[in-house]
Design a protein around this ligand. Structure first.
Ligand code: URA
Length: 237
């Protein structure tokens, strides 16, 4: 495996930052400085140090966030060979899997890991971890309708818990409205179904936050490894 990928996968820094550090002489392999990011590493036997600290081997846990574009299915494999979110992290590892799901047309923050315990903690309904979405919906919903969403509405998979719903803006042509919606459940197509009940269907949906973790300006289709602080903050929720 390439040296910079080996180090980036361990979660120390982004691949770009790691490359820079390698060139600057911050990395040794078996005690010898290596300045070439593509230097081949034998993951079984080589000992890599980054700024004097041993880089833990790949069997360590991996946590990353992807900015999922619309049009990708959240699944590990699709029988009909449609694009899946795994295609977007394929260069990293095939032992990771998505934590929860975003539906085909939804974009934004999606976590991946190979740590079953982490996935369980994030997904278990009893932990009530907040997820925030930006929803563009058709038309301009009346305040009373928005109030109903805040209190909870009945959708095909049951009654939704109270949600935080904030109007952000109305489009210039007055034909659509953007809302910030925060929920802590994971009912099927929940946000889309909530707006459907008030007859203002969602046109575009993006997840921007899970608990303490924000999507930020990660480009669409790109991923980044979470820092150990980010992982521990999520686990403390
Ligand atoms: N709510 C939806 O409707 N879709 C998603 O992907 C996530 C939440």
């Amino acid at each position: 495996m390439r040296l910079e990928k080996y180090i980036a996968t361990s979660g120390i820094a982004s691949r770009r930052a790691v490359k820079k550090s390698i060139r600057a002489g911050a990395v040794t392999v078996n005690g010898e400085p290596v300045l070439v990011p593509g230097h081949p590493i034998d993951v079984e036997t080589d000992s890599v140090e980054f700024e004097g600290k041993r880089v833990e081997p790949l069997t360590e846990r991996i946590y990353l966030m992807l900015n999922k574009p619309a049009g990708y299915i959240t699944t590990r494999s699709d029988q009909r060979e449609r694009p899946t979110v795994m295609d977007l992290v394929a260069d990293l590892s095939d032992t990771i899997y998505p934590v929860g799901r975003l539906d085909l047309e939804t974009d934004g923050l999606l976590l991946f890991t190979n740590d079953g315990n982490f996935a369980y903690r994030l997904l278990h309904p009893s932990h009530e971890i907040e997820k925030t979405y930006i929803a563009w919906v058709q038309g301009v919903p009346h305040d009373d309708a928005i109030q109903r969403l805040r209190q909870g509405v009945t959708i095909p998979s049951g009654k939704t818990a109270p949600a935080k719903v904030k109007r952000l803006k109305i489009s210039r042509d007055g034909k659509s409205t953007a809302f910030e919606v925060t929920i802590h459940e994971g009912k099927k197509r929940q946000v889309r179904m909530m707006f459907k009940t008030i007859k203002h269907p969602v046109i575009r949906l993006r997840r921007t936050r899970i608990g303490t973790l924000k999507l930020g300006n990660l480009p669409s289709g790109a991923y980044r490894i979470l820092t150990s602080e980010e992982v521990s903050e999520l686990l403390m929720l």
